[in-house]
Design a protein around this ligand. Sequence first.
Ligand SMILES: *Cc1c(COP(=O)(O)O)cnc(C)c1O
Length: 476
Amino acid sequence: MTPEEFRQRGHEIIDWLADYQAKISDYAVQPATQPGDVKAMLPTVPPIEAEGFDRIIADLDSVVLPNISHWQHPRFFGYFPSNSLGSGILGDLVSSGLGVLGLSWQSSPAVTEIEEVTLDWFRQMVGLSPAWFGVINDTASTSTLVALLCAREKTTDFSLARQGLQAEPRPLTIYTSTSAHSSVEKAALLAGFGRENVRMIDVDSNFAMQPAALEGAIDADISAGLTPCAIIAAVGGTATVSIDPVSEIADIARRHGLWFHIDAAMAGNAMILPELRWMWQGVEGADSVVINAHKWLGVPFDCSLYFVRDEPHLLRVMSADPSFLQSQADEKVRNLRNTGIPLGRRFRALKLWFAIREQGVSGLQARLQRDIGLAQDLRAKVEATPDWEVIAPVVLQTVCLVYRPKSVPSHRLDDFTRAWAHAVNVSGRAYITPATAAGHWMVRVSIGAISTDAEDIEAVWRAIQQTADAIVPGFS
Ligand SMILES: *Cc1c(COP(=O)(O)O)cnc(C)c1O
């Protein structure tokens, strides 16, 4: 493409995306796609001759649009909000368009310095003290893996410089709760701790980690000759947005000299609202925190913010300095490759920088407050309806509910719950996620698409009730 062709095609694509945004509520939230449908529409071999760009754009309408789930749809209430502000989309486009790689400060200075400044803005936005240093990773899974690598090397006094974990005299143990995200256990496995050394601490009736049980497990492991290494707490657990008691856990971590990582992947964004910072009171006692700005805040996926207090330790664990990447500026700059796993660095800071500036902190705060208000409206509706129940505190934008009609026997409730959730999703009227909490199925309504308003909350609640009532006879 010449620059002129690029200009023309670029305008077409932006128009196409703007049209999509304008008419998104006309689509069924979830496509009727069956496994293999999309592959069957595509040639099995690549084109030998160039195809016209018109044909590529046409396939967006015929192949892509009919077969995607519409995450930006006003009645998308699945998983968690991963909403895309226009300014964030454009920031991402600029990142690709510039095509620069931050291998080192020298390889493209603005990549590093805009990231440094934007992360420091974000640190201030969520009320973390200047003791914290932040970088961007792809996902929380990566950020938590890096946290556990840092923990492992702290506890073993840099076993990686010797024979690694394989030569440790005693197994290292990790502590998290049964409400933790699956990425925590995965990180522990990838970091070499082994499943048998991961303790899943019991939770209370609000699905929060029980500090007494945590302390008991640590003491038991010490008595058994093991070496406790790290605690991972959730501020905003996945299923119910449960809040682990950060202050008490920080005390336990300090007493035992353990690394303390906070997984605030989704809920951490809400810390831009000072009135909600009770949720992670005691955070200054942690060693690392992850917040996904691509969840709820509105920065397009992927943009996971990883904050640590001990930057030199992070650098010591993650550094690699091959000769071809050394430069005369190294004494005076940060080389962010030494904070994470990949060498190459995308200019991800642009989309965060664009979004914060275009919205202002107050704009971002207002949108989160709107979603929190909508969640309270839905909670009130559910609680006011006989046989419906909200099963977990609604602290942010997720409402977890169950329906227990008297005619459905309790041993069939789990199947009933999954069945009506599935039926709502198949209807295309709204998209919701069934999940388990305390061993039983419930349904999460996760609010936060940018286009969602009060009418959409009415609509999902109507769709849920009508769909569930229609299948009650089949389970009675
Ligand atoms: C979404 C989520 C994760 C995983 O996020 P990725 O960025 O997709 O790896 C981890 N923990 C919590 C609490 C989450 O909500």
